[in-house]
Design a protein around this ligand. Structure first.
Ligand code: GLY
Ligand code: MN
Ligand code: MN
Length: 357
């Protein structure tokens, strides 16, 4: 059954329709990419409303729905709602702004329909999206291969004096040249003391021997993201840098070792966090251990402290503990894995041994 078919069967009794706003969810259900559009799902069929910029492309590419090329959205949407006799339409609460909600409610009112404004629709869609199909996993695998090949090639170019920005640009160029649709996020390439900022931004500063260099990178392939972090030694590094690296590496392995169907995200987070705390660096690991990945770079579930969310076969999560010593240096190691009934399959294949470049 199509994804839209599954969604229409999951509509609760009190709803006869759902209106999907977010670009990723429109893409998830129709495979069609657009910056604006509205996907109206009913129990019988679905309609994708687009303006003239997208009408031809949507007619050709959007699947499992009827494309409505609107001139005046309020008229065309109200007509379809009336024709289908819809009375209660769910909204995606996480995707709509207050002013959009006001606009949509006026359209619904013209057709005597009401907006259901709970988070139920988001919950239903997340239940679907959190379990990846083999097709989605294949796309994420391709995104990962592109990412790793770009990193392998770029590592060979690094020499004293190149800037973080130049390295990030070389990586992005290689990803796009080998088939990436884009980057998963603004690539993070940090050297020396910049590595202490978990999501620092590459600058024009030059790498020098003795620095750690942290790469948090990913490509997108057909909409699907990869996400990987490796931290390398550029020349000889000091003993504390080595100790922190070994701590993060073991913490990451402990968290990976926990992963399998039936385990909670909180247990995975604990496995990394407790090890880092025992090594004396607990206060320097501030973020969650990981997150879901898919059409969005950050998705359900959050692999965070105390989370009782249970991992299931087919979920894709990252495992990315880090230790960040302010004004000194930081280390993060991140893999993206798919959960299986006996453990996990790691998308990443690049070594996590401390490597001198
Ligand atoms: N690069 C974003 C993240 O690892 O979550
Ligand atoms: Mn990352
Ligand atoms: Mn991540």
């Amino acid at each position: 059954m199509s994804k839209l078919g599954i969604l229409s069967e999951m509509l609760p009794q009190n709803a006869d329709g759902a209106l999907i706003f977010s670009a990723t969810n429109r893409r998830y259900f129709t495979d069609f990419v657009s910056s604006l559009g509205y996907l109206l799902v009913t129990r019988e069929k679905s309609y994708l409303f687009v303006d003239s910029r997208y009408s031809e492309a949507a007619q050709k590419k959007a699947k499992d729905c009827t494309v409505v090329a609107y001139k005046v959205l309020s008229d065309d949407m109200a007509d379809i709602i009336s024709q289908n006799g819809l009375k209660n339409i769910m909204l995606e609460s996480s995707a709509i702004t207050l002013s959009e909600c006001e606009h949509i409610e006026k359209i619904f009112a013209k057709a005597n329909a009401a907006a259901l404004k709970s988070n139920e629709l988001d919950r239903i869609i997340n239940t679907m999206r959190v379990i990846k199909t083999s097709d989605e996993i294949e796309k994420m695998h391709r995104a990962q291969v592109i990412t790793e090949n770009a990193l392998r090639e770029t590592l060979k170019l690094i020499k004293e004096g190149v800037t973080e920005r130049e390295i990030a640009l070389e990586l992005e160029f290689r990803m796009r040249r080998s088939g990436a649709e884009g980057v998963s996020f603004d690539l993070i390439v940090l050297a020396g003391e910049h590595t202490s900022m978990p999501h620092g931004v590459p600058e024009f500063s030059r790498v020098k021997r003795g620095d750690l260099i942290l790469f948090d990178i990913g490509a997108t392939y057909d909409g699907y993201h990869s996400d990987m972090t490796r931290t390398y030694a550029f020349g000889n590094i000091g003993s504390e840098q080595k100790r922190v690296y070994a701590t993060v590496k073991q913490a990451q392995q402990n968290a990976l070792d926990m992963i399998k169907e039936g385990v909670s995200c909180g247990e995975v987070d604990d496995a990394a966090r407790i090890y880092i705390s025992h090594a004396g660096y607990g206060e320097y690991f501030g973020h969650s251990t990981g997150h879901g990945v898919g059409l969005d770079i950050h998705e359900v579930p959050s692999v965070s402290p105390k989370s009782d969310f249970i991992l299931r076969n087919g979920m894709v999560v990252t495992v990315e503990p880090g230790v960040y010593l302010p004004d000194r240096f930081g280390v993060r190691i991140e893999d993206m894995v798919v959960v299986t009934s006996s453990g996990y399959m790691n998308f990443a294949s690049m070594s996590k041994e401390l490597t001198v470049i």
